[in-house]
Unconditional design. Structure first.
Lengths: 176, 250, 406
């Protein structure tokens, strides 16, 4: 991992068996090609590619492994805006990244430039939301949602009340 | 109908249910107080969806009523001769009794294993817990040849379309078994954005086999219950229920 | 589906959009959305699109593959996933770290100890928690038992996809025995919910040990009997050998892992490359083969079962006494950190990237499933083969849709 530290100018963290570096989206192609092909590194195995929504920004996280070192290398591409996240694709190095990038697009809306097949992989093709974003709320998040208390599942159940038909309580008269 | 308690009737009857007024429950115009429709045991509950409308105006076929027979509001008194049995119409004869025995003793399931419960379904069909003893071994790949649709595994919104298509392709008489918690009610994925919470939202279910996953013995018990249903001429292919079937008082 | 009685239960109206029939037809709505789609749906003379729909006896679960065929030969294919997408990662973010254990169970439903291990090991790594040695040995024991039951399922299913209906009955005898064994300690046959952050849920009991002893005494012979059915079966060998060849460079580029990678000649096994738990103390080999075809993958699975039996033997004999669970509070609040763990599941490298934000809920729990990446090898392996061979090749990749679709 010292080699990574020598060649890399940004912050480098090491914890247990993982070394972590953070880069900007414009450096992705260069950094990935270097760590993949350079003889000092030979990070030939892409273990994982995922997207992260931190609430303020988006990130793409790569995990790499090389036969030369027992440590994992984590590359965090940070600084992606939440409105238009764009990252260069790494499918030119690893074909297997194609579906992982499709998944990150489907779940977060991160556009991978250079991926020849960037369409939704899990949700139906007409789906308009990106589910794993922090602003996509499940019914369990009722307390944090702007429509709190609106739907039946978000209201506490009174004992003895029938579950057969949904009941709209006081405060929802604007719906009628 | 040898058993006095028929779950279908209990859900539809309005007598035991205290009237709960709700805005969307009415077809007449409400001025704040909704009037529940007169409901008898013959009419199904149709909950009009006035709470919201889809963003896409072409969604839900533009609001046109469904053409899917089992989900259409049942019009009793439809005496058209389409060969469909109705439980209230026919007095079973000895020939019908024999036909029922034939049907229940050779139920051919459709291979419709979606997720984890499929593993238990296969376990139920293989050596140790043998469904072949109950004449249910040939899992047909084609819906045209199958009798029972054992839905084993979580139904997602993407899969709901193909599954309903499979159901429609199955010729009558056909039955549906909801295996596993995910098919009964959504199970552990009830709060997810991509699950159909219980297949009874899209299919008429005859037998619910709860469990996560149910043991193969449990599935076999459910299938034996289905055989009992067939023998007693209950079940949904005789009279379709509409909507989720949640027992009262739960 | 268009009936108004279906009560919408989520706020997002798009979720129940009437998906147009075109997405179930083989031909996509024009214009094609991506470059690859345009290339795929551009049919040349004599080519046809065949939809291997979500319900199919050979697709392992609900996988839809659109095949472009020329006669009986597959020219190209377009897999469509998502028919089992349940939103596990989102649900994990809404619950506790402990809830994530049972939420992640059904990701690998044939061998769910491995998928359960993901949130558990990530939480332990984030907390720098030391798991008691007895718990580690029990975990290894259960992992290897799960591996054997998963490989037994694989062997049966491989034959089933080729048309042989008998071997699966034999495999399921094995599998049912192992699964009943595990039900004796965990209480569940399939989705065990047994591993806990800091250890395991319950200690080994007499029922489990007696069943395990019974099984071990005839495991070797039973394995030989089962494999004698298939290994030198001429039909089986001729249908499997030479098909679905993956060479070393393609395997690394496609991010494969597990038996698919090892059959291609790359001796990468997470148990040796990144030792976790007590695997450094156990003596076992990593079977590797160089041919890279389906038959090599099948033989590799059998080799792995033999190695697993060795590991179980050692784990049973070296099992120390002691507690089975570390002392941790019930409410776990993990300070903000990130961690990545990887284990070797029967399908490959199962990984998890966990981020904690100081509260008791995971901030992000990303599960990396090996079947997801292994299935991409299909796009390279299938073209050029007959449709029936495509089934065999897909089966040899051993995909599990629970993990692929999450």
């Amino acid at each position: 991992m010292e080699a990574v530290g020598d060649r890399f100018s940004g912050p480098l963290r090491q914890r247990q068996d993982t070394t972590e570096i953070r880069i900007r989206p414009q450096h992705v192609a260069e950094v990935m090609r270097t760590v993949n092909e350079d003889d000092a590194f030979r990070f030939e195995i892409l273990a994982d590619l995922c997207g992260v929504d931190t609430g303020t920004e988006m990130q793409v996280v790569y995990h790499l492994w090389s036969a030369l070192t027992p440590d994992w290398l984590r590359v965090i591409v940070e600084g992606l805006s939440r409105d238009d996240p764009r990252v260069p694709s790494v499918t030119f190095l690893w074909n297997g990244a194609e579906w992982a990038e499709r998944e990150a697009y489907d779940m977060f809306g991160i556009i991978f430039e250079g991926n020849r097949d960037l369409r939704r992989i899990y949700m139906p093709p007409d789906y308009t939301s990106f589910p794993l974003r922090k602003d996509f709320l499940l019914p369990d998040d009722a307390a944090r949602s702007p429509g709190e208390g609106f739907r039946h599942v978000e209201q506490p159940h009174q004992p003895g009340e029938s579950l057969r038909r949904p009941v709209l309580r006081q405060g929802t008269s604007e719906l009628q | 109908m040898s058993e006095p308690v028929n779950d279908n009737d209990k859900q539809r009857g309005g007598a035991a249910d205290p009237p709960i007024y709700m805005a969307s429950d009415t077809l007449s115009q409400a001025q704040g107080l909704a009037v529940p429709p007169e409901q008898s045991v013959d009419e199904p509950i149709v909950v009009q969806n006035t709470l919201w409308s889809a963003a896409n105006p072409q969604a839900y076929a533009g609001g046109a009523p469904s053409q899917i027979t089992h989900l259409r509001a049942l019009e009793l008194g439809d005496k058209s001769d389409n060969g469909r049995w109705s439980a209230l119409d026919i007095i079973p004869t000895k020939a019908d009794y024999v036909l029922d025995l034939i049907r229940l003793n050779s139920l051919w399931p459709l291979l419709s294993g979606l997720a984890c419960c499929a593993m238990e379904m296969i376990s139920a069909a293989t050596s140790r817990n043998d469904m072949d003893r109950f004449n249910m071994f040939p899992f047909r790949a084609s819906p045209r040849q199958a009798d029972v649709l054992i839905v084993a595994g979580t139904l997602t919104t993407k899969m709901a379309g193909p599954l309903v298509r499979l159901w429609e392709q199955m010729p009558e008489p056909k039955w549906c078994v909801a295996m596993g918690d995910c098919t009964c009610s959504g199970g552990r994925y009830k709060r997810s954005y991509a699950t159909v919470e219980g297949i009874d939202r899209v299919l008429p279910v005859d037998v619910y086999v709860p469990g996560c996953p149910p043991r193969p013995e449990g599935l076999i018990y459910g299938m034996m219950k289905l055989q009992q249903l067939i023998r007693e001429r209950r079940g949904h292919w005789a009279d379709r229920a509409v909507g989720p079937t949640v027992p009262l008082g739960v | 589906m268009t009936d108004p009685t279906i009560i919408r239960s989520l706020d997002d109206p798009d979720i129940w959009v009437e998906t147009p029939a075109t997405i179930y037809d083989a031909v996509p709505p024009y214009p094609p959305r991506t470059e690859r789609e345009a290339e795929f749906y551009d049919l040349r003379d004599g080519e046809m699109l065949l939809n291997l729909g979500p319900q199919h006896p050979s697709t392992h679960g609900v996988l839809r593959v659109v095949l472009k065929i020329d006669g009986e030969k597959v020219v190209d294919l377009d897999p469509v996933l998502g028919y089992l997408h349940r939103g596990v990662e989102k649900i994990c973010e809404n619950g506790d770290w402990h809830h994530a254990i049972s939420n992640c169970d059904p990701l690998e439903y044939v061998a769910s100890m491995f998928s359960e291990a993901m949130p558990v090991m990530v939480a332990e790594k984030l907390l720098d928690l030391q798991v008691p040695r007895r718990a580690e040995y029990i975990r290894v024991l259960c992992w290897e038992l799960n591996r054997i039951s998963s490989h037994a399922l694989y062997m049966g299913w491989q034959a089933l996809d080729l048309g042989g209906l008998t071997p699966i009955l034999y495999s399921f005898i094995e599998r049912d025995e192992i699964v009943e064994m595990l039900a004796a300690i965990t209480g569940q046959r399939l989705l065990f919910n047994y591993l806990r952050i800091g250890g395991v849920n319950g200690d080994l009991n007499h029922d489990f040990l007696s069943r395990l002893g019974d099984w071990m005494s005839r495991a070797g012979a039973q394995l030989e009997a089962n494999t004698r059915l298939l290994n030198e079966n001429e039909i089986f060998v001729r249908r499997m050998s030479g098909l679905g060849v993956v060479d070393r460079e393609t395997a690394l580029r496609t991010c494969l892992s597990g038996p698919v990678l090892r059959a291609a000649g790359v001796p990468y096994d997470v148990r040796r490359a990144h030792p976790y738990s007590v695997y450094p103390e156990l003596d076992f080999d990593i079977p590797t083969r160089t041919e890279g075809d389906s038959y090599a993958r099948y033989l590799l699975h059998i080799d792995e079962v033999r190695e697993s039996i060795r590991i179980i033997d050692q784990a049973l004999h070296e099992m120390p006494d002691g507690p089975i669970m570390a002392k941790i509070p019930r409410l776990i609040r993990i300070p903000p950190a990130r961690a990545w763990v990887a284990i070797e599941s029967p399908r490959g490298q199962y990984g998890c990237y966990g981020m904690s934000d100081g509260s008791d809920q995971p901030f992000r729990l990303r599960i990396h499933d090996p079947s997801f990446f292994n299935l991409q090898a299909m796009t390279d392996m299938l073209p050029g083969n007959l449709i029936a061979d495509s089934m065999a090749i897909m089966a040899s990749l051993d995909p599990i849709m629970g993990g692929i679709d999450k």
